[in-house]
Design a protein around this ligand. Sequence first.
Ligand SMILES: [Zn+2]
Length: 354
Amino acid sequence: MKRTTLFLIASLLVPFAYGQEPILLEEYTPKSIYKIPVTKVEKAKYPVIDAHSHDYPTSREDVAQWVKTMDSKGIEKTVILTGYTGASFDSIVEVYAPYKDRFDLWCGLDLSDYGKPTFVETAVNELIRCHAKGAKGVGEVTDKGLGVYVAFQTNMAKGVHLNDPLMSPIYETCAKLGMPLNIHVAEPYWMYLPDDKYNDGLMNGRVWKIDKSIPGMQTHEQLIAQFEEAVKNHPNTLFVACHFINCSYDLSITGGLLDKYPNLYVDISARFGETGSIPRYMKKFYTRYADRILYGTDNGMSAEMYEVTFRILETDDEHFYIPNFQYHWNLSGFDLPDEVLRKVYRENFLRIMK
Ligand SMILES: [Zn+2]
């Protein structure tokens, strides 16, 4: 990442600031000085299913350690969006086999025949094969503007967006096999906005920035519209749009789509920072859509990571910063009601996976 040229000038009103250096915005990590309640939530209030994680462990010992962390934090099960197909998927099934009821493995899509007439057939056959091997769903299927790919994989169906007729047989196969798709569409909105001092998400936007100069790059609005068309045209397919459909800047879009399409769910993974800055709005949103929201993390396997998410969902703590959480906003908890927590943490997932 190139260093930001924006400076936060300390002591602007002091003409001679005792030799104080300007502070780089990206290095600004304030600590709250408020003497207000700080709640440490060591374990989730109710059993949790994490609907959005990845294959982070690099050894079988890592997997065993992860299970221990899950036990101590109250995570009953973790969905691993492996992205794998073929031999990679088969070998990952072996790795997690000792903990069958603690992990659900979702497979990827075989896009290797992109550009050939066999594209659809290859993708569909591999879905059927992975399902027989134990895949419970598909993900993370991604389109950030240039075409469909699967997170962490290199093959991309360039120019094929989520509403492309080529995707239809894939969605229909998922419906037949009872496999939901976890879909990542677009990116948070500030990544599309000018990279200037007014950008509310600048620190994240710089890391994940959308390069609008690439030919064929779709706008945020186009991507959401394409996704909506896919959901609408495949009412028997279950779509879990991760990260609130990347509309945390305007959750009326997310809510509007949830209102229209009963086959659509959202996961909350990797948007705790974005939403932790608007806690009262979020409490209303979670309460209104309590049946359609799934807990997810998408952020490694550490005990601290889980604790932060519980603190945001369960407590009414205010104005806290999380070191290394990759956000620059101060966060506040949502203080969600118990019945909302139970649904988001676990019950919705169990219902849709029946
Ligand atoms: Zn993810």
